[in-house]
Ligand binder design. Structure first.
Ligand SMILES: [Zn+2]
Length: 290
């Protein structure tokens, strides 16, 4: 069990690790613009606006620079600024300016400074960069600014950090083990399934072995259900709009339903069933019940 105080300590450390990483990135790629860099459950990340796509080699270089920054043992200091001065300080960082402008009028605008690097940040942080000892950069992926696909695609670097080196080693080990058990990798190797770009990568084609596994599981579940007194019905995959009007689906969820036909032109319009309950109710009505 991790104690709450340890959890906060870890979060603080990870957040500082994200700042140290951003400082390292700025040293190696000065043209990069900073977005945000929070601590997360498994470590931390930082989003950068960068024309250059970070490679695994870059991650190694950034890690090395982080090591230097830790060695420099820079003091991490907090300060506050009024809005206008905050915008002036961050004038070369458009994403930070956007964040500052979005803050409520009466918000305290705080910064954290370590050596030549200053970041808009609510904190808290550890007090010296030398506290960042057990960390590892894990991957770089694309991420939209503010998670919105209409915004610019940024480069996100994920990393993790721990209070001690053995804890980091254990976590990295677990990640390795999880990779070996990745169903997407194993399923293909065992020829359980494959995918095709023409169909869609999220839509697996079950090969004979995979289909057999599903078949056996399905039989097991059906037998088990029968043993436990559940009764099976089979209802159509679609129905007239009349059913969904009665159930309320039409009024509430029409926009999200797959409709066959055109309400304006056709006498009857059908829709694929979004759920089975209205159909089960019709099965129930099959005979009079007390
Ligand atoms: Zn921060």
């Amino acid at each position: 069990m991790i104690k709450m105080s340890e959890m906060n300590e870890l979060q603080t450390l990870r957040h500082t690790a994200s700042h140290v990483m951003a400082q390292a990135v700025k040293r190696l790629f000065p043209e990069v613009k900073l977005a945000i860099g929070p601590a997360i459950d498994t470590g931390f990340y930082y989003d950068f606006d960068s024309e250059h796509k970070f490679t695994p080699d870059d991650l190694e270089d950034i890690e090395k620079e982080m090591k230097k920054i830790a060695k420099e043992n820079l003091k991490i200091e907090r300060f506050e600024l009024p809005r206008e001065e905050a915008l002036e300080l961050m004038k070369d960082e458009p994403y930070k300016c956007e964040l500052i402008r979005d803050l409520p009028e009466d918000a305290v605008i705080s910064f954290y400074k370590q050596g030549e690097f200053t970041d808009l940040c609510a904190g808290p942080h550890v007090n010296y960069t030398s506290k960042i000892k057990a960390y590892k950069l894990l991957s770089a992926t694309g991420a939209y600014w503010r998670g919105n696909e209409k915004n610019k695609m940024l480069q996100r670097i994920y990393g993790t950090a721990f209070l001690t080196k053995p804890e980091l080693e254990e976590h990295l080990n677990q990640l390795e083990e999880a990779k070996k058990r990745d169903h997407n990798k194993l399923g293909r190797e065992l020829e359980l399934f494959t995918t095709s770009d023409l169909i869609g990568q999220g839509l697996p084609i079950l090969l004979p072995k995979g289909a057999r596994v599903i078949q056996l599981l399905q039989r097991f579940v059906e037998d088990e259900e029968q043993k436990r007194g559940w009764q099976l019905t089979k209802t159509p995959l679609m129905a007239k709009s009349d059913l969904y009007k009665l159930s309320g689906h039409w009024g509430h969820y029409k926009e999200g339903m797959f409709i066959l036909g055109d309400e304006e032109k056709d006498d009857e319009v059908f829709a694929l069933r979004p759920m089975t309950c209205p159909f089960q109710y019709q099965a129930y009505l099959n005979r009079g019940r007390s």
